[in-house]
Design a protein around this ligand. Sequence first.
Ligand SMILES: Nc1ncnc2c1ncn2[C@@H]1O[C@H](COP(=O)(O)O)[C@@H](OP(=O)(O)O)[C@H]1O
Ligand SMILES: [Mg+2]
Length: 296
Amino acid sequence: MGERTETSARVNSQRENTETGTAPVTDAAFARWLADRAGQALLQVRADMGHADGPALKAAGDKAAHDLMLAELARWRPADAVLSEEDDHARTAWREGEHGSVRPERLGANRVWIVDPLDGTREFSEEGRADWAVHVALWTADCGSPSCLAAGAVAMPAQHRTIATDHPPAYPPLPLESANGGPIRIAASRTRPPAFVTALAEELGAELMPMGSAGVKIAAVISGEADAYVHAGGQYEWDSAAPVAVALATGLHASRIDGSALKYNEADPKLPDLVVCRKDLAPRLLAALQRHLPSK
Ligand SMILES: Nc1ncnc2c1ncn2[C@@H]1O[C@H](COP(=O)(O)O)[C@@H](OP(=O)(O)O)[C@H]1O
Ligand SMILES: [Mg+2]
């Protein structure tokens, strides 16, 4: 009875959140709520505009999700700083002087929301594709881990699913084939994969899984559809912060391809490479990656 009352109270409060726009109190639930809301806005933009004009659809989607997220962050977390892909300043502000910009406020902040309103923008504009996502992560200064990611959510609206640190997904199952030494599956960008990824896959006897969006690829590792995600050649903090937060909460390995820690809210938001995989695969994958590091 007590449990049922608590469950219905939770459902009612979730309904209230959706109907009245009241945001959840905890950061992890707030991240999920915000990613879901932006995801619904993106689905609406797609439905309203259709796919006839790809560039216009991308621009409208980016703007709708970004405006919604910034407005809700300002409303519900007014004291926190924000680092967003759609903030043009983010890419340049770290180069003090060069662009006439000042040191970004987020560098002195204790709490910074790192958001990508639309990850997999290209796929969002292509009819029928579901490999695009909304990313919401919270970085905090008082953290006990190198990444300092305190919360994160990745909404994949066209797949009707959201993963978040409030209820981290279970550690992915070991596929029978992999347990028996069969080929591993590596998710990689469908349009800008690392230059070395084909050679890496050949060396490991791995199968490549091309797909859009860093969030969707990390979600594929979390669900067990892929064994690893490898990227190199360019990316920014907002492309990986939220899905890495969920991957770490799940218990997966996530690092730079040289094995060093992924760090967020750095002065320069570039974070050009990463690998996410099950812990049992990490030593083998990192050893192979050592032989393919771009500087070598
Ligand atoms: N070489 C590169 N340089 C900069 N950003 C890159 C990149 N390769 C991938 N990305 C970014 O990483 C995200 C996932 O890429 P992909 O779908 O190719 O795997 C995309 O984010 P956005 O869609 O938010 O721009 C994309 O722009
Ligand atoms: Mg992105």
